[in-house]
Design a protein around this ligand. Structure first.
Ligand code: 13P
Length: 256
């Protein structure tokens, strides 16, 4: 099996002023800013990207955004382009998060445009997929994940596919304290890897990192991260505090 470096990403959502963000980043950098066993990405709100980017200079920790518009510029009030993110030295962008899908009506078609625009601008999309509780209970988890995956990746070539990071985030596990069991998570991760094999061939699929997201905490991370196809985590609540986030990075280091 290809060795895939684990990745721990913090999605701060709509939290922290720029000053609060810098304080948190300084603690994280002091603890894990020199290690390179695990990739670490921090995704603050747009308003903190510049200050967090500056605080990350000279460290191994990378910068990501939580969203972007797919057009390169123009009359799109309130929006931010891929080029603007690149100019702030962002390397990653979260796309298709379930909160964007639910509260801002983002469709797979729109997310697909964003994925293509991100890749065109050398940004790595952290593409989120996942089922709601009703969909899981109806037995349609794999179908939902398949549709999201195929539609969001439309037009992505084999050459760029390994730049996409996947995040499987069961909607019912986000911010609820209900974590998917390792078997539930591994099943979907393995399924996504199988889909990627069909779409892009096995060597390409083996390179893609698939993160788990949904109430991941230092206590449940070691078991999840030990699963064959779980190559890291996209962390919400536990990324807002240096101690728990650093513990998660250390948990990933321990299973490298
Ligand atoms: P929680 O870790 O707070 O459940 O959030 C997960 C998430 O949505 C990360 O994108």
């Amino acid at each position: 099996m290809t060795t895939r470096k684990k990745l721990i990403a913090g999605n701060w959502k709509m939290n922290k002023t720029s000053a609060d963000a810098v304080a948190l980043v300084s603690e994280i950098v002091a603890a894990v800013g020199k290690q390179s066993d695990v990739d670490v990405v921090l995704c603050p709100p747009f308003t903190s990207l510049e200050s967090v980017g500056r605080a990350l200079e000279g460290s191994t920790v990378k910068l990501g955004a939580q969203n972007m518009h797919h057009e390169s510029s123009g009359a799109f009030t309130g929006e931010i382009s891929a080029a603007m993110l690149r100019a702030l030295f962002a390397t990653h962008v979260i796309l298709g998060h379930s909160e964007r899908r639910t509260y801002f009506a983002e469709s797979d078609e729109l997310i697909n445009k964003k994925v293509l625009a991100a890749l065109k601008n050398q940004l790595r999309p952290i593409l989120c997929v996942g089922e709601t509780l009703a969909e899981r209970e109806a037995g349609s988890t794999l179908k939902v994940v398949q549709t999201q995956t195929e539609r969001c990746l439309e037009g992505v070539g084999r050459d760029l596919a390994p730049s996409v990071v996947f995040a499987y985030e069961p909607v019912w596990a986000i911010g609820t304290g209900k974590v998917a069991t390792t078997a539930q998570a591994q099943e979907v991760h393995g399924f996504i890897r199988g889909l990627l094999t069909k779409l892009f061939t096995d060597p390409v699929a083996q390179k893609v990192r698939i993160l788990y997201g949904g109430s991941m905490k230092p206590a449940n991370a070691p078991e999840l991260l030990a699963q064959k196809d779980i190559v890291g985590g996209l962390i919400g609540g536990a990324s807002l505090e240096a101690r728990s986030f650093v513990d998660l990075v250390n948990a990933a280091t321990a299973v490298v």
